[in-house]
Design a binder for this molecule. Sequence first.
Ligand code: BGC
Length: 926
Amino acid sequence: MQRADSRLLKANSKFSLMLFLMLCATQLMGQAVSVVNLRTELLVNPVGIDVTLPRLSWELKSSARGVEQTAYQVLVASTPEKLSGNEGDLWSSGRVSSDVSVHVRYQGTALKSNERAYWKVKVWTSRGESAWSSPANFSIGLLNYVDWKGRWIGVDKPFPWDSETQWSRLSARYLRKEFEAKKAVKRATAYIIGLGMYELYLNGEKVGDQVLAPAPTDYFKGVKYNAFDVTSMLKPGKNAIGTVLGNGRYYTMRQDYKPYKIKNFGHPKMLFNLLVEYADGSKDVVVSDDSWKLTGNGPIRSNNEYDGEEYDATKEMPGWNKTGFDDKDWQKASFVQEPGGTYEAQMNENMKVMATLKPVSIKKLKANTYIMDMGQNFAGWIRMRVKGAKGDTVKLRFGENLQASGELYVRNLRDARSTDTYIVKGGAQESWEPSFIYHGFRFVEITGFPGTPTLNDFDGRVVYDEIKTTGEFVTSNLTINQVYKNAWWGVLSNYKGMPVDCPQRNERQPWLGDRTTGSYGESFMFDNSRIYAKWLDDIHQSQKEDGSIPDVAPAFWRYYGDNVTWPATYITVAEMLYRQYGDLESVREHYDHMKKWMDYMAGKYTQDGLITKDKYGDWCVPPESKELIHSRDPKRQTDGVLLASATYIRLSFIMEEFARLLGKPEDAGDFSSRASAIKAAFNQKFFDASKGQYSNNTITANLLPLVYDIVPEGAKENVVRSIADKIMVENKGHIGTGVIGTQWLMRGLSRNGRSDIAYKLASNRDYPSWGYMVENGATTIWELWNGNTADPAMNSGNHVMLLGDLVIWYYENLGGIKSDPSAPGFKKIIMKPEVIEGLNSAKASYQSVHGMIRSDWKRSGKSFNWNITVPSNTKALVYIPAAAAGKVKEGKKSASSAEGVKFVGMEGDRAVFEVGSGDYSFSSGK
Ligand code: BGC
């Protein structure tokens, strides 16, 4: 009996030991560190990049606290098989002791044109070692001009039915070619430069899901190519390639009109290479040449970014992009001039249909005319399903608003016709959406629809660059929530391979000044790293030999007039990429050109120690009368010399930092002394110490010196008071700044202890305010504070420049998520939400390059509850409202003794802790 018992006991303890070990293992597994989200040049498995030493990034993932990378190993192989056998024949980094997990430079064998590489990474951390990550890959594009075989083809004249007038109409050009895949195919890569825009088909299938590609550039300076792995689309034997060329910005929307201002590049054209590698190792290339056939007599009769697309379905050519099509009526493609610039891999995302919306209503306006409401202003187009008789003609006209009569309002589109026309083929139901245009709209006027149009016949197709939404933000304040939503829609509407000012009227230009600070706020909402890096290249390409930078880049419109505030964007966007993404590459690449511009401006426009050249003033301040676009009241306007000089000082500080980062101490010293010299002249000229006011005491005149660190020691408080008085007394609690002042308004107030005023401005619903836009039915952000009453000559309903620093303030000050300037890319995070009377909660999340950051706080009475997530391989400084550290808990424990939490000290009414990665639940105040 005893023996049996002891056996039982033994078995039991064995069992419990096993159980214990299993438990430990699952716990360890739960806490294990893995490596995810591998990116090459911040892109996921890119095809055809032209950086031969690309930078690799990854994210560590773990539910454990305090995970820090201590070392990594990267393997890069020429085949997936080698990689899975752990053979890094291109590069094996070995074990590198480092905590760096973003922008790690590939240092292996020099990569050649069209070469493909596969990579993976493993890390060692404070919490153990990861397994190898899943593999990622990238391929190199055609690096040299001579790697491109074949010639540019197209046809350099209009067809008889085209019209090259101010409202230009040019039919799309269809090109086709058949070729033979002689043997079994191992790999096939298609490279295309299709200008202005292309659609590419292989055996009748569309290649890729991009639309409106490639990204626009100044085609005289550089053109972008796209590359696709099309291996699986090729068939043994005969294959057919089809391309359609649209105009985009190449053959511009306005021909024969203001040629001194509007750049026109020519007729659509393309260069195409299909590189085929057969299983036996031999190679083939299919190129664009005069064996291709071409027609302009297809269904796309006209495509014009401002005026719309006209599609005649009766002219469809079934099977034109497949083998066996009879193209005897087509002409031979002509050899045409090359565009002139360099060939560059497109390293920013193409546009795509990113969402599909259902309309909310369709109302009959009069016989044959209906008005459809999409419920949301956005950029894109309508997909339509229609069944009718051959030749029925449906017209869709687009606008942002309705007139009081219920008719479409189009006066603010200026001369953009924004109309799509569809001619019905007849027979079964037809489904159509345009190929080479987009509109900015909420409402659609439908005429000529056979039968009665219903909601089911239409879809709204939301089109913008294929970039992820990275942030979420919601608070207890409904106005703030709606403005945030409007901002999100506004920003995405204006991403068009470059940031444009607006998507609807006859403009749609990449104005620099609209994004000087906006780009930073946007970076919380969207992963805009690639589109802005590309835009810096555009800006560089637009720079003149002497250093001058235009206000619009690519310079589709010629606006070289020199000022400081618009071109400043060249420098501030590079700063944003560094701070938000930890990416110094753009700074490195553009530093010399930025410096050249800084020197040029100072050399040309310095007078009495100040920089004198300005053009736009504090653009779009709230005017004295609600019909005006620009104020004529000198009391509302800020001196241009003040704007230019203050901005120049700020830029000098940024350049000083760039110079330091790049190891150029002499330059740094030079920029620092420039700033000091201008500062002295600035204060002498503009500052009235007795009143604590600058210049004519506008909010902007006082704000810029305050935030740019120009105000003399001891005088700050008075300047803050001047701003506060102006807003609270003279403006009765309302905003009084334009595009320049608004870029610093919210942060400026918060930094100087006036978050209460900032919150008031953010919550207002009467004129002028962001909430006023919401109150008046806006679903995006307006160009003007008085967008519902002002002259339509310059009055877009979807402009983002008036956001200023609002979105930054939402995330950094309300959400409490900010990258520590000393450790960019959120390697170190400052989590310090404002506690403002009236705001009871905020919930923000942000997918940083290091991983997901979360901040979710609630306040009631004296208690403050805060859940946060700090990504692996980062740290955060958290600022918790509390009278003393002892009043703060993490979970059920005193915060100071919680795992991963270290008390740093008190700062005013905040207890400051340093925390490692992980999820935490803080509470204080009870
Ligand atoms: C644009 C603005 C731009 C401004 C500068 C306007 O027409 O829409 O966004 O910055 O001009 O002059």
